[in-house]
Write a protein that binds this ligand. Structure first.
Ligand code: UDX
Length: 432
């Protein structure tokens, strides 16, 4: 199958590489010339676990192409996937559809033969109708079905999720389009292909992400309770998670959810609901409480650190496994601490460069964790990288100025650290 993917971001690129690995001829299209030039030189433009090897393999096999040309990518394609960004409007927070609409307009004239155009970007309910109207306006003769094919890939695990999806949701009433999608995923024998109408499919994406955000906010609320009551949130979460009706995933308390999806999608869902005159207080409360969490974390770190402290931050990405700092709780916590003129040095295994683009030289950056913690008055763990738990903490205990740790991800072994003389505080445990 010839597949064209418009947009080479965290959704488009891993998906393109994945579809190529399945044996398809994939054209990744982007209007960012420097990105396409880099990809054509064999340089990946983002970090994603396991992506590089598959990228190289499929380029070598001649199944993965990168182009700025719509005509080259779209011509003779069986499937066109729109995977461009839908950033939030700065004030209303509604999803901005300008890139989707531009993609639909630009691709339309190049369609040849029967083509399925699938929207993979997270788009407001009803966007499929808009995309359809644009494509028909700019190519009234096109033999095309416009479907919704939402992505559920987690950053950092996008390749794993691509090859091991729990469900593939397809929004279309067209039997021809359904058959094309069945053919595309023919090797995914154990995966449920759920065919629904286009608006249901668009809603499933928002409903899923908003639900998970509420679940995370719930466990963070419970962590606040544990900090006062003396219960331990990790034990509480383990006990809750053994009930299969609750499930043990997304129960890790932390500094709040971040990234390019949950904050954006909850806000967009709330905006959409208001447009329909529906109130969604569960979602609105979750947004407000999550927004307030970085300030709470910053205040805890600063209160432990004391005046004129050197603060060593471990972790900048919004979660482990990625270099993405978009709406990262770590960045938000740092910004809150900078408002109080904090002196910060940070290290992230993958995200130093992305953080530099946001924070500039307002903080210092270290090349490794040991470089960051040297002479620190407090160490704040803000991203759940496994390598932080595996550091030589005995060595670190001899390098710091004061032995203070605020573990906002509950990934360190508190008992060992206390034995080493550290004052250790984490989420959801009463401070000693
Ligand atoms: C999410 C959805 O999971 C994915 O299905 C969708 O397609 C895109 O949005 P992603 O944004 O990559 O994926 O991150 P995810 O792994 O869901 O984590 C979101 C945030 O929640 C991160 O900041 C993470 O650190 C936090 N989180 C997650 C927790 O604090 N605790 C948890 O138990 C799980």
């Amino acid at each position: 199958m010839k597949i064209a993917i418009i947009g080479t971001g965290y959704v488009g690129l891993p998906s393109g590489v994945g579809f190529a690995e399945l044996g398809n001829d994939v054209y990744c299209i982007d209007n960012n010339v420097s990105k396409i030039n880099m990809l054509n030189k064999g340089i990946l433009t983002l970090y994603e676990n396991g992506l590089e090897e598959l990228f190289r393999h499929n380029v070598k096999e001649g199944r993965l192409h990168f182009t700025t040309s719509m005509s080259e990518g779209i011509k003779d394609a069986d499937l066109v996937i729109i995977a461009v960004g839908t950033p939030p409007h700065p004030i209303t927070k509604e999803a901005d559809l300008q890139y989707i609409e531009a993609a639909a307009q630009e691709l339309a004239p190049h369609l040849t033969g029967y083509t399925v155009v699938a929207t993979k970007s997270t788009v407001p309910v009803g966007t499929g109708d808009k995309v359809e109207a644009i494509i028909r306006k700019f190519n009234s003769k096109a033999d095309v079905d416009i479907i919704s094919l939402p992505e559920f890939l987690r950053e950092g695990f996008a390749i794993y999720d691509f090859f091991n999806p729990e469900r593939i949701v397809v929004g279309t009433d067209s039997e021809r389009a359904r058959q094309l999608i069945r053919d595309l995923y023919v090797s995914f024998k154990n995966t449920k292909l759920l065919f629904v109408n286009r608006k249901s499919s668009e809603t499933i994406k928002y409903a899923s992400n908003a639900f998970l955000a509420i679940k995370l906010n719930y466990i963070n609320e419970m962590a606040n309770f544990c900090e006062k009551s003396g219960a331990d949130i990790d034990e509480v979460a383990e006990g809750m998670g053994l009930d299969s009706r609750i499930g043990n995933k997304f129960l890790k308390a932390g500094p709040g959810y971040g990234g390019s999806c949950f904050p954006k999608d909850t806000n967009a869902m709330s905006y959409m609901a208001r447009q329909y005159g529906v109130t969604m207080p569960l979602i609105d409360t979750t947004i407000a409480e999550n927004d307030a969490r970085p300030a709470l974390m910053a205040q805890r770190i600063l209160s432990m650190a004391g005046n004129d402290a050197k603060i060593a931050v471990l972790g900048l990405a919004f979660k482990n496994g990625t270099d993405d700092c978009r709406t990262s709780p770590a960045i938000q916590i740092i910004e809150k601490m900078l408002e109080k003129k904090a002196n910060i040095i940070a290290y992230d295994p993958q995200a130093n460069i992305s953080a530099l683009k946001i924070l500039g030289n307002k903080i210092a950056y270290a090349d490794d964790a040991y470089g960051a913690v040297k002479d620190a008055d407090i160490i704040a763990v803000l991203t759940e990288w496994k390598e932080f738990a595996e550091l030589d903490w005995q060595k670190i205990s001899g390098m710091v100025k004061q032995k203070n740790i605020m573990d906002c991800r509950n990934i360190l072994d508190g008992n060992t650290l206390k034995e080493l003389g550290f004052k250790y505080r984490c989420i959801g445990q009463k401070p000693e």
